[in-house]
Design a protein around this ligand. Sequence first.
Ligand code: ADP
Ligand code: 5GP
Length: 212
Amino acid sequence: MSKGNLFIVSAPSGTGKTTILKEILNSVAGVSFSVSHTTRSPRQGEKDGVDYHFVSREDFLALQKQGTFLEWAEVHDNLYGTSRQEVEKTRNTGEDIILDIDTQGAGQIKNGPATDAIFVFIAPPSWEVLESRLTSRGTESIETIHLRLQNAREEINKILFYDYIVVNDLIEDAVDMLRAIILAERSRKKRSITGTPLPISLLSGHEEKATN
Ligand code: ADP
Ligand code: 5GP
């Protein structure tokens, strides 16, 4: 069995990444979502252990010192990190895993041990739409919205570092595009050779085996 794929998905806050990923988890089999640790307070409706592992700054830093995180970063004044163990455990079952992380964390993975990761950037169709989505979500103060919009400019500048770009204009189109990327990556030639059953009998020189 081959290892599951590791997908890194980044987007400026408010783009619609959480909305798209929920649709993907509901509609694509064999893919799961890595639950990060964060020092941010839960939003209304968010559940500990489901949306995030909500921890104090002190606990986060203790985990970081123990080497718990595959990557971690300070984003919009809060700490966020991905559990190394959770990612490896899932991939070793053959299931794909998606990391919803910022561009700093994506950079750490690109330069780190998981060199086979696939990088997807979700972009808003325009700055105006991004601001309006962030505001209409109604979960952030005006100050936090300004900070997130300011950081979005820097995040967009990292776009060329990603393998795929998905523009979230119509939600259905963006979900279709990300689903297509996940399915296409499962059919890559290198994955067929290392794990997924390859119809070897179809290759020339193997006709005899095919008839045996
Ligand atoms: P993120 O996780 O990227 O911060 P969310 O998924 O929370 O963003 O989406 C931000 C807001 O925009 C939410 O209110 C969501 O319902 C809305 N939204 C997401 N995608 C679209 C879309 N394609 N068209 C219109 N509204 C959207
Ligand atoms: P939010 O607070 O809106 O849930 O997330 C804010 C930002 O933190 C988003 O860009 C999200 O992708 C990023 N983020 C969430 N979890 C992690 C993580 O484990 N590591 C890193 N580096 N960023 C994360």
